[in-house]
Design a protein around this ligand. Structure first.
Ligand SMILES: Cc1cn([C@H]2C[C@H](O)[C@@H](COP(=O)(O)OP(=O)(O)OP(=O)(O)O)O2)c(=O)[nH]c1=O
Length: 192
């Protein structure tokens, strides 16, 4: 059996992976997540998910106790709204701009998952559409004060207080939270 490693610092991803995988290690991949000039949101999440997994896989293959039987999962989540790509808010002002942009309209949540071993690479993109209710500046301000938004793509957590703004979701709930479980399970079954 291959040893599964989750290349992520996200507690949400670990919690989700625990649902479908009994035993895995966590090794966050620390890397620059800025986009290339002209890179689309979909291309960016796919690239970042793959690079996170690659970074951790390479460090295992090159380590003293090189272990060829590792399977590394990397993932990335970004929001796309009206042609803009939204990552995590950099500060309160950035967050309030994001909420004003998301208020009363639809946006896409793109999550990519990459599963890499020494011999194989598989990557999938899962895009979901979310419709947000109207959000008043007062509601946005109160939400910021809860501290939930700061480390979430698009500044909200569908699994938390952010759910109060979600009128409708069309897609994969687990992918919006950070790891598409149906696709990830299929990948693990193929490579384990
Ligand atoms: C939209 C949304 C995002 N998120 C989170 C999932 C991710 O943790 C985060 C997106 O940031 P990412 O950069 O994808 O991930 P991360 O920095 O948290 O972790 P790592 O790169 O080490 O894997 O936003 C939610 O928890 N709920 C939501 O509803």
């Amino acid at each position: 059996m291959a040893k599964v490693i989750l290349a992520s610092a996200s507690p949400r991803r670990a919690e989700l992976l625990r649902i479908i995988c009994e035993d895995f290690a966590i090794e966050p991949a620390d890397m620059d997540e800025s986009p290339f000039e002209g890179e689309s949101a979909k291309d960016l999440v796919l690239r970042l998910a793959k690079q996170k997994a690659e970074l951790v896989l390479t460090s295992h293959i090159n380590s003293e106790q090189a272990d060829d039987r590792v399977l590394v999962l990397g993932s990335d989540t970004l929001i796309e709204c009206g042609g803009e790509v939204l990552g995590k808010p950099t500060d309160q002002g950035d967050f309030l701009d994001m909420m004003a942009r998301l208020s009363g309209r639809e946006h896409q949540v793109h999550t990519a998952v990459a599963c890499l071993s020494k011999e194989h690479t598989s990557i999938e993109l899962v895009s979901s559409t979310i419709e947000f209710a109207d959000i008043t500046p007062e509601q946005a301000h109160a939400y910021w004060l809860t501290e939930e938004p700061s480390d979430k793509a698009g500044g909200y957590a569908i699994q938390g207080l952010g759910a109060q703004f979600v009128k409708r979701i069309n897609g994969s709930y687990s992918a919006v939270v950070g790891l598409p479980l149906y696709e990830t399970k299929k990948m693990l079954e193929t490579y384990k």
